[in-house]
Design a protein around this ligand. Structure first.
Ligand code: HEC
Ligand code: HEC
Ligand code: HEC
Length: 289
C-alpha cells in the first residue's frame, strides 16, 4: 500500500482542511504538519467515468447510506418485513465493495450482515442497532483514509486538458490564459496609477479579448447550461467593461480603479472560489499528474 506523505506549510494546512471539508466533509488525519492519505487501488478507476458510463462506485455508496438509514428506521418502528427487505439490499451492495475493488477485502466485515439479519428476524432491535453501528464503523474507517483522494482523483474538474481558442483561432492552455489575465489586470492598474491612460485603454481591450477566449472553455464542462457563463462573463460584466473604458477615456482614474476592483471580485474571485480552490487542492493531492 502506497502512502502519500504531503509536507505542508502552516498556511497550507488551514487551506487544506477547508478544502477537505469542501470536497468530502471528512476531516483528514493530521499531526504536526503532515497529512497522510492512502492512495486508492487502481481497480477503482473502472467504476468511474470515463472508464465507465456511470459513476458506479459513488452510486453504490449513495444506496448504502439509504439502506443503512432504512434499516434503522424500520428497526425503531418494529417493522420486520421492511427491515428484511432493506437488509437484503444492504447485503448485496455491501458485498459489491469488494467485488468491485478486491484490494479492499480487509476494509469490510461481510459477516456482520448475516448477524444483522438474524437479529432482525428475532426482533432484537437493540442488537440490530449495535450491529448497524459496527457496520457504520467500517464505512467511516474507509472514508477517513480514502475518500478525499478518491474524490479529488475521479470527481474534481481538471483544467490541464482544456484548450482555449482565441479570436485568431490559436489555441491556448488554461494556465497561459490565467497568466495573461493577471498581467492585463496589473498593466491596467499600473497605467492608471501613473496617468498613462492610452496604455490603460489598450490593455483593457486586450483584457476583454482574453476573457472572451476564456469564455470559450465554459461549455466544455457546463454542457447545455448557459447560466454559469452568464453569471461570470455575462451582461453585468459587459456593462462594467463598457463603463471602465468610458471612464479611462475621460481620465476618471478613481472610478476606473473602483471598477477594476469590482471586476476582480465578480469575475476572478467569483470563479476562483469554486473552480480554483478545488483545482489547487487536486493538484496538491495528486502531484504526479
Ligand atoms: C473559469 C473561471 C475562472 C475565471 C473567470 C478566472 N480564473 Fe484564474 N484560475 C481558474 C482556475 C481553475 C485556476 C487554476 C488552474 C489550474 O490549476 O490549472 C486559475 C488560476 C489562476 C492563476 C494562477 C495560475 C498558475 O499558473 O498557477 C492566476 C494568476 C489567475 N487564475 C488569475 C486570474 C485573473 C486575474 C482573473 C480575472 C481577470 C481570473 N483568473 C479569472 C479559473 C478562473
Ligand atoms: C472500502 C472503502 C469504503 C467502504 C467500506 C465504504 N465506503 Fe463509502 N466511500 C468510499 C469512497 C472511496 C468514497 C468517495 C467516493 C467519491 O467521492 O466519488 C465514498 C463515498 C461515500 C458516500 C458519498 C459521500 C458524498 O456525499 O459525497 C456515501 C454516502 C458513502 N460513501 C456511504 C457509505 C456507507 C453507508 C458505507 C458502509 C455501509 C460505506 N460508504 C462504506 C469508500 C468506502
Ligand atoms: C473543467 C471543468 C469546468 C470548466 C472549464 C468551467 N467550469 Fe464552472 N464549474 C465546474 C464545476 C465542477 C462546478 C461545480 C458544479 C456545478 O455547478 O456544475 C462549476 C460551477 C460553476 C459556477 C457555479 C454554478 C452554480 O450553480 O452556482 C459558475 C457560475 C461557473 N462554474 C462558471 C463557469 C464559467 C464562467 C466558466 C468558463 C469561463 C466555467 N465555469 C468553466 C467546472 C468547470
Amino acid at each position: 500500500m502506497k502512502i502519500f506523505p504531503v509536507s505542508l506549510r502552516p498556511d497550507f494546512i488551514i487551506w487544506l482542511i477547508i478544502g477537505f471539508f469542501m470536497i468530502s466533509g471528512v476531516l483528514p488525519v493530521y499531526a504536526s504538519g503532515t497529512v497522510s492519505l492512502k492512495k486508492p487501488p487502481a481497480s477503482l478507476e473502472e467504476w468511474y467515468k470515463p472508464a465507465n458510463k456511470r459513476q458506479v462506485w459513488l452510486h453504490t455508496m449513495f444506496r448504502l447510506r439509504r439502506e443503512m438509514q432504512a434499516i434503522a428506521v424500520y428497526a425503531k418502528n418494529n417493522d420486520q418485513e421492511a427491515m428484511l427487505k432493506w437488509i437484503k439490499r444492504l447485503d448485496k451492495d455491501y458485498n459489491k465493495i469488494t467485488s468491485m475493488v478486491p484490494e479492499w477485502e480487509e476494509e469490510i466485515k461481510p459477516r456482520l450482515i448475516p448477524d444483522l439479519k438474524m437479529f432482525a428476524e428475532k426482533g432484537d432491535a437493540l442488537r440490530v442497532d449495535k450491529t448497524l453501528k459496527m457496520i457504520k464503523r467500517t464505512c467511516d474507517d474507509c472514508h477517513t483514509q480514502y475518500q478525499p483522494l478518491v474524490t479529488a482523483t475521479y470527481r474534481s474538474p481538471f483544467y490541464n486538458d482544456i484548450k482555449l481558442k482565441d479570436g485568431n483561432g490559436k489555441t491556448q492552455s488554461f494556465d497561459d490564459n490565467m497568466d495573461q489575465l493577471s498581467r492585463s489586470v496589473n498593466r491596467i492598474l499600473i497605467a492608471l496609477d501613473d496617468g498613462h491612460n492610452a496604455v490603460a485603454l489598450q490593455a483593457s481591450q486586450k483584457f476583454v479579448d482574453q476573457l472572451q477566449t476564456l469564455g470559450s472553455s465554459c461549455s466544455s464542462c457546463h454542457k447545455d447550461d448557459d447560466y454559469p457563463h452568464e453569471r461570470i462573463l455575462g451582461k453585468d460584466t459587459g456593462q462594467r467593461f463598457k463603463k471602465l473604458q468610458a471612464n479611462i477615456k475621460q481620465g476618471l482614474v478613481k472610478d476606473s480603479q473602483k471598477l477594476m476592483g469590482e471586476i476582480a471580485v465578480t469575475v476572478c474571485a467569483r470563479c476562483h472560489n469554486t473552480h480554483r480552490i478545488v483545482s489547487d487542492l487536486r493538484n496538491a493531492l495528486l502531484p504526479d499528474e
